[in-house]
Write a protein that binds this ligand. Structure first.
Ligand code: 5GP
Length: 120
């Protein structure tokens, strides 16, 4: 599938420094910041700096360095936020059916409360 990136999306503006955010981690290819409407005591969004709409787009077109940096950034935030002992959830919404609000790849890290079962 071919993807078109909208560089006016909110996370593109955050990446350009046009919108303030509570940054948790910055790496060469990724940034992590707190969600503006947290759904749990810990709710951090991890975003690659490059213009990728979703995981499929990222996997198809990002460099290996970007992919490794991104996966490590997710792990690093989990460590920094101290969520590994009690547990946490990673979510990546994609497209219409996935109800992806912001069309720039992001993983939600949720932790700090019982998150319930999502899959049966
Ligand atoms: P999605 O539904 O695309 O997976 O999630 C987008 C997330 O971005 C939502 O949880 C929403 O609260 C968050 N969000 C939307 N606008 C902003 C913003 O301006 N700043 C921050 N930090 N988060 C935002």
């Amino acid at each position: 599938m071919a993807y078109t990136y909208d560089d006016q999306n909110i996370f593109a503006k955050i990446l350009r420094g046009e919108i303030p955010n509570q940054t948790v981690l910055e790496t060469e290819h990724s940034i992590a910041f707190r969600d503006i409407a947290p759904q749990a005591p810990t709710h951090v969004l991890v975003v690659p700096r490059g213009p990728y709409v979703c995981f499929d787009h990222f996997a198809q077109t990002a460099s290996e360095a970007e992919i490794v940096d991104y996966v490590r950034a997710i792990g690093e935030v989990c460590k920094m936020e101290g969520v590994e002992e009690d547990g946490f959830r990673l979510i990546a919404n994609a497209g219409r059916a996935g109800v992806q609000e912001v069309p720039h790849l992001h993983v939600h890290i949720l932790a700090g409360r019982p998150l319930g079962r999502m899959l049966t």
